[in-house]
Design a protein around this ligand. Sequence first.
Ligand code: SAH
Length: 240
Amino acid sequence: MAWRSTGTSNSELVENMARHGLLKDARVKEAFLNVDRAHYAPEMAYEDAPQPIGYGATISAPHMHATAMENLVDYMVPTANRPAPRVLDIGSGSGYLTHLMAELVGDKGLVVGVEHIKQLKELGEKNMKKSKEGREFVDSGKVKFTVGDGRKGWVEEPREGEEAGGEGWDAIHVGASAKEVHEELLAQLKSPGRLFIPVDDDIGGWDQHVWNIDKDENGKITRTKLFGVRYVPLTDAPKY
Ligand code: SAH
């Protein structure tokens, strides 16, 4: 799947992903068209491959971001029951996925990117400010980047004007492979809500699978194993 959607421009990359069935949802495709990956990838921005962004981190391949967005989209868009979607992006790295998510959450929505490396938190913010739209997201408070240990999730007060009591997350994306599904993440998931998380398999050490973990409106949890991946691990913060 990797590589074959590579294009010479952002729109060509997006159209190739759509043609290969990686972008099925029109709302997700639109988000990808609106965000130039060149603001986030250090080089060869329209190649469908991961790239190092420093500090042992990588910007994931576009097709991986497409898959994450497709799996989370229904939990990120505003609805009558969810007028102000709240989305958490753990291991925000380059900030690219954080920006794509912000395209979906509507005027009242909130996207928080959590990084345990301060320099990467700053990189995400800097990258987002390269575009007018991205600057507006940060300036309006719709997007926030924070430093923290994503294994504990993140508690963020409702934005000004929003009802209190809605501190949980409608959608949580984890961009690094976890040793386990951390209890804090499940606890912070709203009912309904979805957690998209790569988790190390029990045996083997190197193998990982992405899971959708859904909490329904009654709080019932359902776990669905999606596909195998190779992500960098969710770890203790290194000293830089
Ligand atoms: N989604 C991002 C980055 C993916 S790389 C992108 O595509 O650009 C995974 C990121 O997870 C790295 O930036 C790494 O610093 C971060 N990370 C690893 N362990 C973490 C932890 N415990 N808490 C927060 N971030 C963590």
